[in-house]
Ligand binder design. Structure first.
Ligand SMILES: Cc1c(C(=O)c2nccn2C)oc2cccc(OCCCNCc3cccnc3)c12
Length: 398
């Protein structure tokens, strides 16, 4: 395990951008997240990732993009665009943000690469490799040599593969927009009844994360995360940025034990709608994605796979995530709650009625060779949830 290429230093890295000779009439352009947010929003809204049937396209909002990109330590030169020289129209983008990863205990200053997007009219001009080379150059110039990326696309040797899972909150709308079908042995009424949730949460002491909770919640998260082999380490500033609630972007909750006043659990989810591309009744699907969570319920057991430890964690996480689904549905009017088979999710996905999706998310670590890690699903059992081994992946990407 370790870096693939450890030979380079900053002095070896070119100080000027690669020439765009492949496409005359275009220039590199550092996207200014403050002033160019409308253009960046429009580029992604019209040209970013769609599902394989081109029925849905991600609709990252402006406030989501500002949250996702301007984290503590972000660098303007890591927001790389390509635009038309004459019209100044933005036609491509890629981003890097600084993260501190820990891979099987080894601390790795890295970046998350995200939002690689080339305008539909410039596809097949081989711009993706040009963007990846350029962002790599700019990151290497800052003496960072590893990167984390996730995506549906298959590249050489993923660290791990996780499966998509979906918990319908508004089954009727998901059926109407064609995201889910009607099983042969059920009626629409039965399906709607199956996914109906109570209006109120059940965990005593569950409330929004507040400024006063930051130290305690961060300590709980870092302790819980230490069980995974691939994690992101958060300092207090980063924790505050990533988890303090921003309406229509990120929502975080803590469980304050009514008796002791201690924070015993933490859970967060982000909201990221899909544009529905070909439906007469709806133009947006409201989606909540499970983000980071933590629970101290199995801290007293030395082995997390101990039967008793597994039982108490399964019970606590099931209640916590079910409460998140209740909030997402009744307070935020989300249509579906998405999760991966990462973290300890395979403990609750089945019981909470998260159906397996037909998407897989590959995790890639660039310039770092590591043994493959459990992704919480069993590849040769059609990626069924792996309740026994769960996953080694503690990092959650947007
Ligand atoms: C995407 C996504 C979807 C869907 O495609 C989807 N849900 C409802 C309707 N649809 C079509 O379902 C998921 C379940 C868990 C995690 C997920 O994504 C995890 C984070 C994904 N990062 C964004 C990304 C970027 C590029 C390629 N793939 C994913 C997803």
């Amino acid at each position: 395990e370790g870096p693939v290429d450890n030979s380079k230093t900053v002095a070896d890295i070119p100080t000027s951008p690669l020439p765009l000779k492949a496409i005359p009439g275009f220039e590199w352009y550092d996207v200014d997240i403050e002033n160019d947010i409308d253009e960046l929003y429009q580029l992604l809204n019209e040209n970013y990732v769609e599902d394989q049937d081109s029925a849905f396209r991600f609709d990252y909002s402006k406030s989501f993009l500002q949250w996702a990109l301007t984290c503590p330590g972000y660098k303007k030169e890591w927001f790389v665009g390509i635009r038309v020289i004459s019209s100044k129209k933005l036609v491509g983008f890629i981003s890097a943000i600084p993260v501190t990863l820990q891979v099987r205990g080894k601390i790795l200053p890295s970046v998350d690469i995200n939002f690689l997007c080339v305008h539909k009219k410039l596809r097949a001009k081989r711009l993706a490799p040009v963007f990846i080379k350029e962002i790599t150059r700019r990151v290497n110039l800052c003496n960072i040599w590893q990167a984390l990326h996730t995506g549906g696309v298959v590249l050489p040797s993923p660290v791990s593969v996780c499966r998509y899972a979906h918990r319908p909150l508004n089954w009727g709308k998901m059926f109407d927009v064609g995201f889910t079908g009607l099983p042969y042995n059920a009626t629409k009424t039965q399906m709607i009844a199956k996914y109906t949730l109570s209006k109120t949460t059940t965990t005593p002491g569950l409330r929004r994360l507040e400024l006063k909770d930051l130290d305690e919640a961060l300590e709980l998260l870092n302790k819980y995360q230490s069980r995974f082999k691939l994690i992101q380490l958060f300092n207090k500033e980063e924790f505050k940025h990533w988890f303090l609630t921003i309406e229509n972007v990120i929502y975080s909750y803590v469980v304050e034990d009514p008796k002791t006043g201690k924070i015993t659990d933490f859970i967060s989810f982000y909201t990221l709608p899909f544009t529905i591309l070909n439906n007469n009744n709806y133009n947006s699907l409201n989606v909540a994605y499970l983000f980071y969570y933590a629970s101290d319920s199995d801290f007293n057991y030395p082995d997390r796979f101990d039967t008793e430890a597994t039982k108490v964690l399964k019970k606590r996480l099931s209640q916590l995530v079910n409460d998140a689904c209740i909030i997402a549905r009744s307070e935020l009017h989300m249509d579906v709650f998405n999760a991966l088979t990462s973290q300890d999710n395979s403990l609750f996905l089945k019981d909470l009625k998260f159906g397996p999706g037909d998407g897989l998310l590959n995790f890639y670590l660039f310039n770092y060779r590591t043994f493959p890690m459990n992704g919480g699903c069993i590849a040769d059992q059609n990626y069924a949830y792996d309740e026994e081994h769960r996953s080694d992946i503690g990092v959650v990407m947007l």
